[in-house]
Design a protein around this ligand. Structure first.
Ligand SMILES: [Zn+2]
Length: 179
């Protein structure tokens, strides 16, 4: 028996939201989009997700208006967060905070800073330095004390993600063998 893809509780917006982002892998795809991943192959490499599942999830995120699918002659197909998709950031941030609090005894795995002044963000996304709620494009993400480095032959997409970078800034790894 396959599980139904909709929840019966039509009166709960959480149930409705989970229909959009509650499937396995979907929030990780959204997270990677915040980290600057845009290309199908890069999502596949970074998440080690079966390509058919990835294609399915990307299609439904595009249908729901969370991602756009742009085809450009120079760069090929790119998936980017829409304004609606960017509004999922507090959700992603809160779930990462919760995971750090309860499942990462060595400290946060990824630290969030305000790119303008280097201030750390508090759990509500407020800069502890200047006190402002930091807009997504000004959030710098970097490995924190709980970060466990992967082996040195990690793929270029993972390497880029694990280097301090601003959210939404596109990852464009140089293909192997090219300067
Ligand atoms: Zn600040």
């Amino acid at each position: 028996m396959t599980l139904p893809s909709t929840y019966p509780d039509g009166n709960c917006s959480l149930a409705r939201t989970l229909e959009v982002v509650g499937e396995r892998w979907t929030l990780l795809i959204v997270r990677d989009a915040f980290f600057g991943v845009r290309r199908f192959g890069d999502f596949a490499t970074q998440l080690k997700i079966p390509r058919a599942v990835l294609a399915n999830r990307l299609k439904s995120l595009v249908q729901e208006g969370v991602l756009t699918r742009d085809e450009d002659a120079g760069t090929g197909v790119e998936y980017r967060l829409t304004a609606k998709g960017v509004e999922l950031w507090p959700v992603v941030r809160a779930l990462m905070n919760w995971g750090d609090a309860f499942y990462s005894p060595a400290g946060v795995r990824r630290a969030l800073r305000h790119d303008r002044d280097g201030g750390l963000l508090d759990p509500e996304g407020r800069c502890q330095d200047c006190g402002s709620v930091v807009p997504v494009p000004e959030v710098l993400i970097e490995p924190g004390p709980g970060f466990e480095p992967e082996d040195s032959d990690a793929d270029p997409v993972s390497r880029a993600i694990n280097t301090p970078r601003r959210l939404l800034e596109p990852i464009t790894p140089v293909p192997a063998g090219r300067p």
